[in-house]
Design a protein around this ligand. Structure first.
Ligand code: ARG
Ligand code: ZN
Length: 849
């Protein structure tokens, strides 16, 4: 019988494991249906732990044999693992288990993807490989022997002996089990080398299925740039003789930082100009960097327990953002991060799934690989860096690596390093880790006789389990502009610590216009009544690129909300101000492309809700359409000029300059299509020699309803390329009109190439539908029902992907009564499923609470 009430794990219950693991020897005898795993593990009593029963995690394992110090033992087994009587002193544990990787559809532990063996052990997958203390604070040196006919057999660390039918690996760096990896199959490599700062020669490989060799070069360059960057900026050198990356088609997440053997979702590493978009290239570069950076922030210093996940993820996201800013454009990256926070993290922080950056309890840790832990976790580090300054940040990081290398550390350790390096008291700052919710900051101004006063008030709304919040430390980057547009106060950092706090600026000759929250200096919502004139002034004059962009975004929000709630016509003053920016060819095309974008419909729904309205998805869709048509007509003269500027003559390259131009071109084409019915899009589709242009054109054709031929041609061209076909599936739903998208999604689930067990394909179709705001919220509830059907079906096979996708219902309480009832019914139907997984069960329970 399944346990009806899953166990909740609490941060406050942490106790160290009773033993240390001296070394681990694993032998794998690979077979799809019956792989044997032999483990030899030396345990030594842990002097720092309370006395406890010897317990090893283990799930879905068939125990063949177990022995202690050579004597057969009969452990007591449960669904979670085993207990066993053990000697008082050190002992050798030997154990043989059988597992069936071919039957593992959850893609956690050892599983098969297209005939290839691979593993995913974070967070708690190693327990599906052998019995083990599967917790990050138990670290050990691993030696691995793989036996099988597969031509390539990889594990962590450095290669050892190889021979007919076997390969051995030894990882000298003690690591937790979640960083274990094994890959075996018919693979080919794209090789390269890197010489480290101390002259050590490292062999690099990207391993792929035969046929994909041509898609590795870009990833390899990204890897070498990452290795160099981490040396230059953080002084961190790579520490093994070899670094392997493997591309896997069936993968629940993006990628995994296993020591010396990173495993990637093939969509996050394979790239070619013909098959990948600019956005794919940028994402691949960032994820390769992210996983590589984990070698120090995650692997050399790991987490004591899973509550500390943000210790490695927040810091590593922060580091990959710095890397991207250095490789490409810092302002563009910052704007994209703010979009990500508002689009993904704020909704989480403002709904039933809200949780602190460091959660205090969970049922299933896989449900906490969230925008809050990752992206807000990175924002918290960004705030810390702003507060202490660049120099002290560098000092603190050096101390962190010195003091904690080899440790399984906590957020307390992390903050202590900053306190010791800078002398600052961070006890209030720590609330960023413990309080959930997005702080709202209101501002009032006062001007008298040359003195300008800004008064801030902060409130963080209640979140599940946290009714009352204390004031947080908010670094508020502020600049002041003169009425003529000159900056009279360059960016300065105000440190807000109180619920209400004032700051004064003296010696001003005229009342200034404030530019607040420059560079998105804190993940907060600014609530300030700003006149359109003032926003237009900032749009024209602000020296801070983020705020210049944000002024336009806010004008866009106001314009659309007025259209939705009052039937207003589009704000021409905003559009004219924006046009002046778009015509300014001294500005980076990538920046202008971002300026051209309007807030997403989901973001509008969030803001409407924030302001006390009930968002009406149909009205939002109609307003967005009306505005787009209005812009197209008003800018009819501007578009050809921008199209000319966006043209790229050189051969395709995914560099920042070309990418920026094509992004601008995409914005232009979308509007152009509203004027010419798809002529320009068809021409671009027909002549495109790269996926970015081809897919942009196809999107415009789908939106224009002129897509039948193009979709068929695209399918014919790309039917053998899985990653491109994911785009084909996703796009025709994402770009469809809201009244037909769900039927399209439904029909696509019947397509012979709809391999629903593949997470990328499942996400392309069902995730594509959920991401289409107006289509997902179709008034008859058809999309809710379709998604619920498929989640119920997927849950038996792959709980992790099911639970993640179920989160798309998290905004359900925002909407009108009818939609609420329909979404609640969908959630309740999922909740009622027989043998619902712990993953999905926890998510729907939280959303229905
Ligand atoms: N540590 C990986 C990364 O951020 C994510 C792995 C998450 N996997 C999971 N099953 N929860 O790069
Ligand atoms: Zn990570």
């Amino acid at each position: 019988m399944k346990d009806a009430s899953p166990q909740t794990v609490y941060l406050s219950d942490y106790t160290p494991f009773g033993w240390q693991v001296q070394d681990v020897h694993l032998t794998f005898r690979l077979a799809p249906e019956a792989t044997r795993v032999l483990a030899r593990i030396h345990f030594v009593p842990n002097p720092d732990a309370p006395k406890q029963e010897f317990f090893l995690h283990g799930e879905d394992l068939t125990l063949i044999h177990a022995a202690i110090d050579g004597q057969t033992v009969s452990p007591v087994q449960s669904a979670e693992g085993l207990t066993c009587a053990v000697p008082d002193g050190p002992f050798l544990w030997e154990c043989e288990v059988e597992i069936a990787p071919a039957k593992n559809t959850a893609l956690e532990g050892l599983y098969m993807s297209n005939g290839m063996y691979c593993t995913q052990c974070e967070a708690e997958g190693f327990r599906k490989i052998t019995f083990y203390p599967d917790r990050p604070d138990v670290m050990s040196v691993f030696t691995v022997r793989i036996e099988g006919d597969e031509p390539v057999k990889l594990s962590n660390g450095n290669p050892g002996k190889t021979g007919e039918g076997f390969a051995e690996w030894h990882d000298p760096w003690p690591k937790p089990a979640y960083l274990f990896a094994l890959v075996a199959g018919d693979l080919v490599n794209h090789p390269d080398r890197f010489t480290t700062m101390n002259g050590r020669d490292v062999e690099l490989n990207i391993w792929v299925r035969p046929g994909d060799e041509g898609k590795c070069a870009f990833g390899m360059e990204a890897l070498k740039k990452s290795m160099k960057w981490d040396e230059d900026v953080y002084g961190r050198e790579y520490d093994l003789d070899i670094f392997n990356i493997v591309a896997v088609d069936d993968f629940n997440m993006g990628a995994m930082e296993n020591k010396g053997l990173n495993v990637f979702n093939s969509s996050c590493v394979l790239a070619s100009p013909e098959t990948s978009t600019d956005a794919n290239f940028e994402r691949i570069e960032a994820i390769i960097a992210h996983e590589y950076f984990h070698n120090w922030t995650g692997n050399r210093i790991t987490c004591r327990d899973w509550f500390q996940l943000c210790l490695k993820e927040g810091l590593t996201v922060f580091r990959d953002a710095q890397f991207t800013a250095d490789m490409r454009s810092a302002p563009v990256k910052r704007i994209e991060d703010a979009q990500m926070m508002r689009g993904r993290q704020f909704p989480e922080d403002q709904g039933p799934l809200a949780h602190p950056v460091r959660p205090e309890s969970f049922q299933e840790i896989n449900n906490f690989y969230t925008a809050t832990v990752y992206e807000k976790g990175a924002e918290v580090i960004g705030m810390l860096k702003r507060l202490v300054g660049d120099e002290d940040y560098a000092k603190a990081l050096d101390l962190y690596f010195d003091r904690h290398d080899g440790d399984a550390a906590t957020i307390e350790d992390w903050l202590k390093v900053f306190e010791d390096a800078t002398g600052r008291d961070l006890s209030q700052f720590k609330r960023w880790y413990s309080q959930a919710g997005t702080p709202r900051v209101t501002v009032t101004e006062d001007w008298s006789e040359g003195t300008y006063t800004l008064t801030f008030r902060q409130v963080t709304p209640p979140t599940p389990g946290q009714p009352d919040k204390a004031p947080q430390v908010i670094p508020m980057a502020v600049g002041l502009l003169n009425p003529n547009g000159d900056e009279v106060q360059p960016t300065t950092l105000l440190e807000i610590t109180e619920a209400e706090q004032s700051f004064t600026f003296d010696g001003l000759s005229a009342r200034p216009v404030p530019s607040l929250l420059r560079d998105f200096s804190a993940p907060v919502v600014m609530e300030r009544e700003v006149s359109r004139e003032e926003r237009a002034f900032l749009l024209a004059h602000d020296t801070d690129p983020f705020n210049r962009w944000d002024a336009s975004q806010m004008l866009g929000v106001e314009c659309l909300i007025a259209m939705i709630t009052e039937g207003a016509t589009p704000d021409t003053a905003w559009l004219d101000g924006l046009e002046r920016v778009l015509r300014d060819d001294s500005l980076d095309p990538a920046f202008r492309a971002l300026m051209m974008g309007t807030p997403s419909q989901a973001e509008l729904a969030r803001v409407l809700h924030e302001r006390g309205h009930t968002p009406d998805p149909d009205a939002i869709w109609n307003a967005a359409e009306t505005l787009a048509q209005f812009r197209a007509e008003r800018w009819a003269d501007l578009l050809p000029r921008l199209a000319a500027e966006a043209a790229v003559d050189a051969p395709y390259s995914p560099d920042a300059e070309q990418v920026g131009k094509r992004a601008l071109g995409a914005g232009v084409l979308a509007l152009q299509t509203r004027l010419d019915g798809g002529k320009a899009a068809q021409a671009q589709f027909d002549s495109a020699d790269n996926m970015t242009l081809q897919l942009t054109a196809l999107g415009s054709l789908v939106r224009a309803g002129r897509d039948a031929e193009a979709l068929a041609a695209f399918e014919e061209q790309w039917k053998d390329d899985r990653l491109v076909m994911d785009k084909w599936f996703g796009l025709q739903i994402g770009a469809a009109a809201p009244d037909v998208a769900v039927e399209r999604a439904q029909a696509l689930t019947q397509h012979p190439a709809f391999d629903w067990k593949n997470p990328n394909r499942f996400r392309a179709v069902l995730g594509g539908l959920a991401a289409h705001h107006a289509a997902f919220h179709r008034a008859d509830g058809a999309s809710y029902a379709l998604l619920a059907d498929w989640l119920i079906r997927l849950d038996d096979l792959n709980p992790q992907t099911t639970a993640r996708m179920a989160a798309v219902f998290q905004t359900w309480t925002r909407y009108d009564e009818d939609r609420r009832a329909l979404m609640r019914a969908a959630l309740e139907r999922i909740a009622a499923k027989l043998n619902l997984s712990r993953d999905t069960g926890e998510m729907v329970t939280r959303m229905l609470a």
